[in-house]
Structure formats: C-alpha cells, structure tokens
Design a protein around this ligand. Structure first.
Ligand code: GAP
Length: 472
C-alpha cells in the first residue's frame, strides 16, 4: 500500500506561463478556444472549442479512456443521460447540500462566492458557514466598497422542466456530476458485464454547475466535461487500500502526458471541508498561473451512494460475493477529473518560449498523443505543381491514420514556426530534389533536427514515433 502523500512537496513551483493572457490570446488566435456566442457579447462561463481545441480535448479524453478502460480488465464504460429522475438528486444529497456560500452587496447588488473575496481566502469550511463571518472579518464589496450580506447557501444545480407543463412536478436537473449515472446503473452494469468486485464504471460527459464566480478562462465554467470513474470495492479496509492505490496512478497519468512533476501535488481535504458524500478526499492540484488549484478529486465515498439509492428506490443494490457467500453494499472509490481542466493544464504546461538565432520561438511541446495535428506537410515551392501534388498525395496517405494538415500560406521558416506554436510534432517538407530522389525532409518539433526519408517510408516513421511516444 502506498503512503498518502501530503501537500509539503512542490510548494514553490514556478508556473509554466507567468500570465494567463498568453494562453487566452494564443487559444483565440490559433483556434483552440473562443468565448461562446461572441458576436452577441459572449455568455459568462461558457467557452467554445475551435478546430485545434476540439482535437486537443478529444485526444485528452481518448488518453483517459485508454488508461481507465482500454488498458484495464476491471473497468467498463458507460454513457448515462444528462437528465435523470429528479429523485436521484434528492437522494444523492445535491438538492439539499450542493451549494456554495453566497454574499451580496447591498448597494451594487453584485454577488460573490464568499471564499473568493479578498480577505476571505483560506477560510475554514466552518467559517464559511458562520453567519457572522462578514462582520467579523470586516469584508466589503470589492466593486464599490459597499456592505455585504451574511452568507447564504446557493444551490449550484441548473433546473428545467420536462414536458409541456412547467410546475414543481415536472422539474428536472442538469446533472452536476456524471457519477450518479454510474450509481443508478450499478446493477445493470454489474449483471450485464458479469464483473466481480472490485470493478469500476468510467464515464466521460457534460456536467453543469451554476457557479457563483466562474473564471480563469476554462478553469471554472458553468458547462463543462468530466471524466469520472467509480470503483466498487469491499467495505472498509479494501476501500481505503484502493483509494491509496489510485492516488499515484492518477498523478502518473498527468506526468505521462507531459505535465511537469514539480507543478503537481496532492492536497488532502480537512474534515470540515469534505463533501457530504466523502469519508476521505485528496485533490491532485496543479500550479496554474493563478495559484495551486484542483485538477482532479479522488474520493472514498464509503457506502453513501449505493446505500442511499437502495434505501430511496427500494431496489436491492447489494452485491453477492459467490466465493464467500456474503451480501454487502459495495463502497465507492472515485477518481473525478475535468476534461476541460485537464486539456487546459496540458496546454499551459506545454507552452515554452525559446531563443533561436536571435528570435523567439513559441512551442507547445505537447506529448504527440495529445497534439492536435500529428504531422504537417509543407511545400518548399508552392509554384511547382508537382511539389504541391506530391504534398497532397502524402497528406491524404497520412490522413488515413493520423490528423495531417497541408499548409502553403507562407515561406517555410514561418510555416515551421506556426506548426511549433500549435504543437505539431513533425513537419514533412517536399522540395525540388524530392521530385528526383523521391525523398522528403522530416523535421522534429523539439530538436528541430531534419532528416531525409524516402517518401514511401514517411508514414511508417511517423506511426513508429507515435507508438514509441505512447509506450514511453
Ligand atoms: N463526482 C465528484 C465530483 O464531481 P468535483 O471535485 O466537484 O467532484 C470533479 O469535480 C472535477 O470536475 C474537478 O476536479 C474539475 O476538474 C472538474 N470540474 C468541477 N467543476 C468544474 C467547473 N465548474 N468547470 C470546469 N471543471 C470543473
């Protein structure tokens, strides 16, 4: 069993990017992320993924699915609905307790999440529930200095109505987590897949939270995607052991795909900070440009979920262990990550600026698996039709296996820089000599080394390098 890490490590890591604006502007300029509904002035806390962003996020989700489902015999996938029976959210505790402390300014009527006010950072969970806290700490509105109300709990779930009648009986909730879909399907999945405990259910999908103070670009949004895995285990010590085993695995996943180890750490939740369902919780945190923040939560949820749903639904959700003849409600160990937050982290951590021959080169040093384009095919002379034609043939051949792009809109030096800036691991250049000797130049993003390769060997070379990066 691994020892639970503490938060003493990596306290002073330097962020990969000093200023978040660098990433926000690169994202917009190169087509990773745009503000949603921008032509109407935008909508707060919703972002749209552009041509490169959707590739990056899909690659992140694929990498997670590979590690959590494909490479595991004991975990299977699920894709449950976003809308669920409203009783699910009553039983889960979300209707009663999924809330943040909200304060309102008496003069400008702006609303804030209490723990994000200047002077309230680092308050304990008990302080956040204390009705006298605003007065006690002398907190005022950061906008106009006006007096703030005492905190009240603000439920984060979005609601709507199902069907043509809008009344209390037709209320539905947009799910704030994917986890509940896995709990209510526990029996379906266990029986249809014939899995024995311990086994897990993994899901990737949209979740919605009416966050009081979203922000920091895609870090905290109101519509986002989660990658969550619920691991069903025997109660007690086996659950604690499984919890400890998942910690290093999840941290290693971020490192495997390129996040600097020094910018990752674990932080254990204090007793009064634990979510209503959690017996123990440790966050994987990343050193963002705006501080250490949660990337993923790992939770020992005990029998809270299956126990509560069994009681409220009347359904027997016990597991029968044929080997021992025991019946019991399994405990759940959850790994709960955000797809947007992970993609954002990989993007930030991949960013670097280097001096090359007196000029600044911007590089996104993505792991090749995560890079939006794996390869760019570039003509040295776009005026020669035979060169352009060979480029298109090569790109089409590569595109049957990987995302490949053709570009002839600038001189070769500039084309290389453009690909570096979006993290394309390899560029293939076709020149006049290629027409005679049938060879092309393959250039590596990180070392900038160039090698001559027979055109018919290019695809094999790229696929071999991708496979080597995946295996590393
Ligand atoms: N099922 C447990 C659960 O949902 P959580 O810590 O509330 O736990 C898990 O959320 C992960 O989902 C977070 O670590 C984060 O990566 C992502 N996430 C949560 N709220 C988010 C938001 N408003 N915007 C973007 N990602 C969010």
């Amino acid at each position: 069993m691994t020892e639970t890490p503490t938060m003493t490590e990596s306290e002073d890591a330097v962020p990969a990017v000093a200023n978040l604006d660098t990433i926000v502007s690169l994202s917009k300029r190169r087509g990773f992320v745009y503000p949603s509904s921008e032509i109407y002035g935008g909508i707060n806390a919703v972002w749209d993924y552009g041509p490169l962003g959707v590739e990056l996020k899909n690659n992140v989700k694929r990498a997670w699915w590979r590690a959590m489902v494909q490479e595991r015999e004991d975990i299977v996938g699920l894709d449950a609905g976003i809308l669920m029976h409203p009783q699910v959210w009553v039983t889960s505790g979300h209707v009663g307790s999924f809330s943040d402390p909200l304060v309102e300014c008496a003069t400008c009527h702006r609303r804030y999440r209490l723990d994000e006010l200047p002077g309230a950072e680092g308050l304990s969970a008990s302080d956040l529930r204390d009705p006298t806290v605003v007065e006690r700490l002398g907190l005022i509105c950061p906008n106009d200095g006006g007096p703030l109300s005492a905190p009240r709990r603000f439920n984060l779930m979005f609601t709507s109505h199902m069907g043509p009648v809008e009344d209390a009986a037709s209320i539905v909730y947009f799910r704030p987590e994917t986890a509940q879909g896995s709990y209510v399907n526990f029996k379906n999945v266990q029986q249809s897949s014939r899995k024995k405990i311990p086994f897990g259910i993994a899901q990737i999908g949209k979740s919605f939270r009416n966050e009081i103070s979203p922000g920091n670009f895609v870090f905290r949004m109101r519509e986002f995607e989660q990658m969550e895995m619920q691991y069903f285990v025997r109660p007690g010590e086996p659950a604690s052991a499984a919890f400890e085993e998942w910690l290093p695995k999840r941290r290693a996943w971020y490192e495997r795909y390129g996040v600097a180890p020094a910018r990752l750490r674990f932080r254990e939740h204090a007793k009064d900070e634990l979510a209503h369902y959690a017996k123990k919780a440790i966050d994987v945190e990343y050193r963002f440009p705006f501080g250490w923040k949660e990337l993923e939560g790992i939770h020992n949820r005990g029998d809270f979920d299956l126990g509560s749903h069994a009681k409220a639904s009347g359904e027997n959700l016990e597991y029968f262990d044929q080997a021992t003849g025991e019946h019991f409600i399994p405990w759940v160990v959850e790994t709960a990550a955000g797809a947007d937050r992970a993609a954002f982290t990989f993007l930030i951590d991949a960013y670097r600026e280097e001096e090359v021959r007196g000029e600044t080169r911007v590089v996104l040093g993505f792991h090749p698996e995560l890079a939006p384009y794996k390869v760019a095919v570039l003509p040295l002379l776009k005026k020669r039709p035979e060169i352009v034609e060979l480029c298109h043939r090569l790109r089409a051949d590569l595109a049957t296996d990987v995302l490949a792009v053709y570009d002839d809109t600038a001189a070769i030096g500039k084309l290389y820089r453009r690909q570096d800036e979006i993290g394309t691991p390899w560029c293939v250049t076709v020149d006049v000599d290629s027409l005679d000797d049938g060879a092309v130049t393959v250039r590596d993003r990180d070392s900038m080394a160039q090698e001559r390769v027979p055109v018919e060997g290019v695809k094999r070379l790229i696929l071999d390098r991708l496979a080597a990066a995946r295996a590393a």
